[in-house]
Each structure stands twice: as structure tokens, then as C-alpha cells.
Write a protein that binds this ligand. Structure first.
Ligand SMILES: C[C@@](CO)(OP(=O)(O)O)[C@H](O)COP(=O)(O)OP(=O)(O)OC[C@H]1O[C@@H](n2ccc(N)nc2=O)[C@H](O)[C@@H]1O
Ligand SMILES: Nc1ncnc2c1ncn2[C@@H]1O[C@H](COP(=O)(O)OP(=O)(O)O)[C@@H](O)[C@H]1O
Length: 256
């Protein structure tokens, strides 16, 4: 029986804004998994608390943890998991930095759903898991599908695999800069708001990640880069030729 799973980081090869939806923004983006950077999530048969027990190096309270949110969502469909997680703990070996634009929290939530789906023989199809995932966070559906590369639109709920050669991605995350996604979207909305055209979206969504990175500058590839350096000017020290910016930051990446 499978009791542990790798939870990979992602980068956004490009990230453009297509519109607004209430307090959120609709995105047009290419998400690519970083195969060299992952957390490991395990179900371990030891829990002395008799409550849901999450072991790992997290910067947030249990109630805010994406894995706990995933547990609460899944429990609505499958109440028996409650008893199981009073006897088993969830242990996370954390390697993906937080507030880094690498989707660590979202990836952990999706990995939990995938592992639980197997462990409890639920046989939920990916589309059903993705609908549950969308209730946890914008980036969680992407990770549920386990695609190496995908076009992601809507608020993150529309995920289509993009078949391309595997990319070897190098990531650099500034240690001392924690980018708050909400703050950066607010800055974008107030000072940089611009919507990508339908034609440009179509073009980017059809291009290989390598071609996109060869064609675009860091500012053109990611609409959140200028808001991010406005909010966190120290980020500029990390900007180097041929490096790109992931999500709402703070990580930079390049294809090796
Ligand atoms: C920007 C992206 C791109 O991959 O990634 P990260 O940099 O966080 O990894 C994501 O879409 C981020 O998704 P996620 O990190 O799940 O965001 P959430 O916690 O749901 O949202 C935090 C806040 O950011 C704003 N937000 C988020 C997503 C979105 N599409 N539009 C928004 O305006 C909202 O104000 C929201 O309250
Ligand atoms: N399992 C988790 N792993 C990492 N961060 C988490 C987790 N659950 C909740 N968070 C919180 O989510 C927020 C964003 O972290 P994360 O998803 O890692 O970064 P980002 O949105 O920049 O990709 C932080 O407030 C972090 O504390």
C-alpha cells in the first residue's frame, strides 16, 4: 500500500492576466513542474494526539495549512478518513520554500488528495479530484493532474496538458524575501492593470516553453513581475540576464 508521495514545485513559464473575477484575477499561464524540487508527504502509523496530526516545518497554523484544508474537503465525501487520521499522522519533509511562487502549499494539498485517493481506494477520477482541489486554492487543480507541463486558465481551474520535451529547471529563491500573493495582485490591479488579448493568449498557449522563454523578456513573460519589484525592491538584486520570475515570486528560474 502506497504511504508516501512526492509533492513537486512548479514555475510559471509565463503568467498573464486575462480579466477580473470578483476579488480574483483570471490568468493565462503555462505551469511546469520542477522535478528536482519536491516535498515528501507520508502517512505514518503513529499518532498520540487522537486528533488530526500534521508533522512538518510550516510557517502557518494548522487551520491555515493547505493539507488540513484538503483533509476537511475530502472528509465531506469520505467520512471514514477522520478515524484513520486519529491513528495515523501526516509527515511532511519540507524542501519547497514558502511565499516563493513555487506553489508549495498548493502542491502539498494536491499530493495529499492523490495519496488519499489511492490509500483509501476511492477511485475518484482526476476531474473529480480537481473539483475538490479548486475549493482549496487556485493552483491546486494543476497539481492534481500530475502533468509535467500544462496550460492553466480561469482562476486555475482549467488545466490542459501541454506535451513538450521535459525541461530541466534551475530555481533560485531569495532567502529573505517573502512575497505575499494578495499584496502583489492588489498592486497589479491598482497600478499595472492590463489584460492580454485573446490572440496573444492563443499564441502563447500554443508555443513551447523554450520558445516562449527565448522570445519574451522577464517583464513580458510575467505580469506580476513589475508589481513584485515595486512591493519588494530588494528582488531586483536577484534579476539576472536570461532568468525569469515565477508566479507572484519571489523565485527566479531558468531552463538549463
Ligand atoms: C500567482 C499564482 C500563479 O501560479 O501563484 P503563486 O505565486 O502564489 O504560486 C497563483 O495563481 C496564486 O494562487 P494561490 O497562491 O493559490 O492564491 P490564493 O492563496 O488563492 O490567493 C491569495 C490572494 O491573491 C489574489 N489572487 C490570487 C489568485 C488569482 N488568480 N487572483 C488573485 O487576485 C487574491 O486577492 C487572493 O486573496
Ligand atoms: N502545506 C503548506 N506548505 C507551505 N505553505 C503553506 C502550506 N499550507 C499553507 N501554507 C501557507 O500558504 C502561503 C503561501 O505559501 P506557498 O503556497 O508555499 O507559496 P506560494 O503561494 O508563493 O507559491 C503561506 O502563508 C504559507 O504559510
Amino acid at each position: 500500500m502506497q504511504v508516501s508521495i512526492k509533492s513537486y514545485a512548479k514555475v510559471n513559464i509565463f503568467l498573464k492576466i486575462a480579466g477580473k473575477r470578483e476579488d480574483y484575477h483570471e490568468i493565462v499561464s503555462r505551469f511546469v513542474r520542477v522535478k528536482s524540487l519536491y516535498d515528501t508527504i507520508s502517512f505514518i502509523p503513529k499518532n498520540e494526539t487522537n486528533e488530526f496530526n500534521l508533522i512538518g516545518d510550516f510557517g502557518c497554523k494548522l487551520e491555515d495549512n493547505s493539507i488540513y484544508k484538503a483533509f476537511l474537503q475530502l472528509r465531506k465525501y469520505c467520512p471514514k478518513i477522520d478515524a484513520f487520521f486519529r491513528v495515523y499522522s501526516i509527515k511532511v519533509e519540507k524542501n519547497i520554500p514558502e511565499f516563493a511562487g513555487l506553489g508549495g502549499g498548493s502542491s502539498n494539498a494536491a499530493a495529499f488528495l492523490i495519496l488519499a485517493n489511492k490509500h483509501f481506494n476511492l477511485y475518484y477520477k482526476k476531474d473529480k479530484l480537481a473539483r475538490i482541489a479548486a475549493k482549496i486554492g487556485a493552483d491546486v487543480p494543476f497539481f492534481v493532474y500530475e502533468y509535467d507541463s500544462a496550460n492553466v486558465t480561469g482562476i486555475g481551474e482549467v488545466v490542459h496538458e501541454f506535451k513538450e520535451e521535459p525541461l530541466d529547471i534551475e530555481v533560485v529563491t531569495p532567502k529573505d524575501i517573502k512575497c505575499h500573493t494578495g499584496k502583489i495582485f492588489t498592486c497589479f490591479r491598482d497600478d499595472f492593470y492590463n489584460e492580454i488579448s485573446k490572440e496573444k493568449s492563443k499564441e502563447l498557449l500554443s508555443m513551447s516553453s523554450k520558445d516562449i522563454l527565448n522570445k519574451l523578456t522577464i517583464e513580458e513573460a510575467n505580469d506580476l513581475y513589475l508589481p513584485a519589484i515595486t512591493q519588494y525592491p530588494q528582488l531586483k538584486e536577484y534579476a539576472k540576464t536570461n532568468w525569469f520570475f515565477s508566479g507572484s515570486g519571489s523565485s527566479f528560474f531558468k531552463v538549463k
